[in-house]
Ligand binder design. Structure first.
Ligand code: DAH
Length: 356
């Protein structure tokens, strides 16, 4: 028994590869393998031989199992060592992923590289606007997202009982502050801090307690603009807005002003741009009017100038509040505002500009 067992162990130790090992495994331990047969035979032996024969067969089985596992591990280690040792394995090479080959349907393995991020479309448009306004001499300001009721409403001529507060329902904090509903409070902060003459833009995030749908978000982006100086007029406002829209929408635009009510401007306007989809002829996007409402704006209300510490007898100013999502939607023809805050990279990565 010992002899034959040692012979089996020697065969296992000499097995050249996995298939040789499998063949031995089945020849010895398989259903009718040699060791299995030995074990099956034990009950048929005379009673006095059974114990010794049973023990020997069982020990042979355990030894063979251990030898198989040991040989298998040794073969695996040798294969890995061969691969590492000049066998074409370069641990510094990029991993491969499925990619498309040159033919229309060909899929090939191409090196995997970490995908580069792209700028968010709202950031793309914001940066363009910021560049433009800076070239016109505007300063880029920031303001707090958590605002006081005073800056967000009162100083902008929206007292506590004013109905305009209803349309700007927001999130109140326990300390009496709130998440700003627009970027307009920075108008007051800017006037108080810098004094006229003043030209500023304020891109930033705003919040409202809105029901989210295709064109409303609870978290959205605006860009406020404010110019205060002696002799600023509506003509300056129109010219600046036209220049700005021409650049972001990348076309020559026609604009029109309609009266619009905002407590912090007088007169206040809704500025419309000729519809880019039908060029003014009337379509479903512009509700057959040929115009798209794009920008609320107006001449700064004297009370707002006063709240900013500016003398309304001497200075006038204009202001505008651009919805950055809205402009971005028009620029790229996006019809659902929720796409911007969803995390769908199939949408977001289309805008192509690579982040630095
Ligand atoms: N703050 C206003 C809003 O969010 C938008 C606005 C309207 C801003 C007129 C202005 C303006 O500066 O002149 O609804």
């Amino acid at each position: 028994m010992t002899d034959i067992r040692d012979q089996w162990l020697a065969e296992i130790a000499a097995a050249a590869d996995e298939s040789a090992l499998r063949e031995l495994e089945s020849r010895l331990l398989g259903k009718s393998g040699a060791v299995t047969e030995l074990l099956k035979n034990v009950p048929k032996l005379p009673p006095e031989e059974r114990r010794a024969a049973g023990q020997a067969a069982h020990q042979a089985k355990v030894a063979i199992e251990a030898a198989l596992a040991g040989r298998r591990a040794a073969l695996d280690a040798a294969a890995l060592a061969r691969e590492l040792d000049g066998g074409g394995f370069d641990p510094s090479a990029p991993a491969l992923r499925r990619g498309s080959g040159s033919g229309p349907t060909r899929e090939v393995l191409v090196p995997w590289t970490r995908p580069r991020g792209t700028l968010h479309p709202i950031t793309v448009v914001r940066d363009e606007l910021v560049d433009l306004f800076r070239s016109l001499g505007f300063a880029w300001l920031d303001g707090p997202e958590v605002e006081s009721e005073f800056f967000n409403f009162e100083a902008l001529n929206i007292p506590a009982d004013h109905p305009a507060r209803d349309s700007q329902d927001t999130f109140w904090l326990d300390d009496g502050n709130l998440l700003r509903t627009h970027t307009s409070p920075v108008q007051i902060r800017a006037m108080r801090h810098y004094r006229p003459p003043l030209k500023v833009i304020v891109p930033g995030r705003c919040f409202r307690s809105e029901t989210v749908d295709k064109s409303h978000e609870h978290t959205f982006y605006q860009m406020e603009g404010l110019v205060v100086d002696e002799g600023v007029s509506t003509a300056n406002l129109i010219h600046t807005m036209k220049t700005c829209l021409r650049v972001v929408l990348r076309r020559d635009v026609k604009v029109r002003l309609r009266p619009g009510f905002f407590p912090f401007v007088e007169p206040g306007f809704e500025l419309d741009v000729n519809c880019p989809f039908c060029n003014g002829a009337g379509c479903s996007v512009c509700k057959q009017s040929g115009w798209i409402e794009i920008l609320p704006c107006g001449m700064v209300h004297p009370r707002v100038l006063e709240a900013g510490g500016v003398d309304p007898e001497r200075y006038t100013g204009f202001a505008f509040g651009m919805g950055l999502q809205r402009v971005t939607m028009l620029r790229y023809g996006v019809d659902d505002i929720r796409l911007f805050t969803g995390c769908d990279l199939r949408f977001l990565s289309q805008f192509g500009e690579v982040a630095e």
